[in-house]
Write a protein that binds this ligand. Structure first.
Ligand code: FES
Length: 102
């Protein structure tokens, strides 16, 4: 069953940067890229770093602590030292709002 939850205004997002949202007590990072908006868990799987603060290049975000790379489309690790993926969340945009299926 889907649970679409309004988490942000599309206007709050800037291409190539992340923002944090905290629906239902979760910590999730949203990224706006050229081809869409993506959502992954904000906490790095390697340590206590927030991916919303990371540098974005292409479809990857770089952890600000030890520079692991995650693909924002599916949360997979594309470069260590992180070994575990982070969870990704389905996103839809409707009426200028960003919804996540939590
Ligand atoms: Fe993210 Fe170490 S805390 S790579």
């Amino acid at each position: 069953m889907s649970n679409w939850t309004d988490v942000a205004a599309e206007a709050d997002l800037f291409e190539g940067a992340g923002i944090a949202v905290t629906p239902q007590g979760r910590d999730i990072a949203l990224f706006k890229l050229e081809d869409g908006v993506y959502a992954i868990d904000n906490l790095c799987s390697h340590g206590n770093a927030r991916l919303c603060d990371g540098f974005v290049e292409g479809h990857q975000v770089e952890c600000p602590f030890h520079q692991a790379l995650f693909d924002v489309r599916d949360g997979s690790v594309t470069c260590g030292p992180a070994a575990e993926p982070v969870r990704s969340w389905p996103v839809k945009i409707e009426g200028g709002r960003v919804f996540l299926d939590l």
